[in-house]
Write a protein that binds this ligand. Structure first.
Ligand code: DGL
Length: 275
């Protein structure tokens, strides 16, 4: 039997990290909690984010998690220390692996300048500036508070007219970032929802003539988690099980979640973690 790995996010976005974990740690029992009733975390205070994140982490511990992945940038930025202090198991957040991946992408790091797009709370915390700065690279952070609701609404489908709204919002954010950081080399998506916008982001960067190399923080995080576990069952995923918990509508979790996971979500359970 493989390990039991808890994966936690404020909502659906952390499923992109779970998606990257599946081939890396096959045979594991995955428990995923999306705290959808209390999402978004990204516009809340540090105290509230820490309280929500610790209660979510404890829930996964009670369900048998042997390792916890905080697959939420905001919870990692604002509450990783509190979560670690509250849990007697290994905890991996998304910020250190993302920062290390950005540094690797730049090579020796000496010329690197990373643009980070994230929620307002993550940007305010300065966590990415510290983590990327530790690799000797310059950092510009930009809060993009409208992107999470647009992704939640599913305004991504290039063939639908609603996507034009998302594209215009992205253009405004990226054009203003370009003014502040014209020499940036690398783009780090510091929010779990943003990978779903990757094709639109690439198209916008092209249009702005702003060539940035994109870092896949979900993949980097999955690799950091994988380092904790032997890869004996590499290539086989038959024994893998996934059990999902959501604090709000199971139907919505299934519908939106499949976009992030890239496959259907079968076992989804509604839970109540209070306010
Ligand atoms: N999961 C959050 C993050 O990665 C985005 C959604 C929210 O604001 O709760 O920052």
């Amino acid at each position: 039997m493989g390990p039991t790995i808890g994966v936690f996010d404020s909502g659906f976005g952390g499923l992109t990290v779970l998606r990257a974990l599946l081939p890396l740690i096959p045979g594991a029992r995955y428990l995923y909690l999306g705290d959808t009733a209390r999402l978004p975390y990204g516009s809340k205070s540090r105290e509230t984010i820490a309280r929500y994140a610790v209660s979510s982490a404890k829930f996964l511990l009670e369900q048998g998690a042997e390792h916890l992945v905080v697959a939420c940038n905001t919870a990692t930025a604002l509450a990783l220390d509190e979560i670690k202090a509250a849990l007697p198991i290994g905890v991996t957040g998304v910020i250190e692996p993302g920062a290390a991946a950005a540094a690797r992408g730049v090579g020796d790091g000496s010329e690197g300048h990373v643009l980070v797009l994230a929620t307002a709370a993550t940007v305010q915390s300065g966590a990415y500036t510290r983590a990327i700065g530790a690799h000797g690279m310059a950092v510009t952070e930009r809060a993009c508070p409208l992107l999470v609701p647009l992704v939640e609404e599913g305004w991504l489908d290039a063939s639908a007219e609603t996507a034009a709204v998302t594209a215009e919002v992205l253009r405004i954010y990226l054009a203003s970032a370009q003014k502040d950081a014209p020499g940036a080399t690398t783009l780090l998506l510091g929010c779990t929802h943003y990978p779903l916008l990757t094709p639109m982001i690439e198209a916008t960067l092209d249009r702005l003539n702003y060539p940035l190399a994109m870092v896949d923080a979900a993949q980097a995080t999955a690799e950091a988690v994988g380092a904790h576990f032997p890869r004996s069952a590499k290539g086989r995923i038959e024994g893998t099980s996934m059990h999902f918990f959501a604090t709000d509508s199971v139907e919505k979790f299934r519908r939106l979640g499949s976009r992030f996971l890239g496959q259907g979500l079968e076992r989804v359970e509604l839970i109540d973690l209070g306010g």
